[in-house]
Unconditional design. Structure first.
Length: 125
């Protein structure tokens, strides 16, 4: 499962300082030793969701796939620009805002091209 290092967390903390939910999510990621899955599950429980699978974060990310895999969003993430993507996902209201942060990190860690490959294939055929 993808994880973040302390140096990555420090970098993202400075980038996302204006997003209180992002800071809370980063704090939870630190508590979980950088493990994105564990942090996402803990955050989900805190907002009243009941994660029931060990690959819960992957499933949550798939719920955002159509939004994340829009051409402009893919381009932003490919360039490391997560703030426009976070703002777009907040507006989509798919799940509580605090869960967007682990989703975005998950997609960045596995690679936006890999994450979007199945959807891009469907669109092209």
């Amino acid at each position: 499962m993808p994880s973040l290092t302390l140096s990555e967390i420090s970098y993202y903390r400075s980038q996302l300082a204006d997003y209180p939910d992002a800071i809370t999510a980063l704090d939870e990621i630190i508590t979980c030793d950088g493990d994105l899955e564990d942090a996402a599950i803990n955050l989900a429980i805190a907002v009243g969701q009941l994660p029931d699978r060990t690959d819960w974060l992957e499933g949550l990310a798939k719920r955002y796939r159509v939004e994340i895999c829009q051409e402009m969003m893919q381009k932003e993430l490919s360039q490391g620009n997560m703030i426009p993507v976070i703002n777009h996902l907040i507006e989509s209201k798919i799940s509580p805002t605090i869960l967007i942060i682990p989703v975005v990190f998950y997609v960045m860690k596995i690679g936006v091209d890999d994450f979007c490959s199945s959807l891009n294939f469907q669109i092209k055929t």
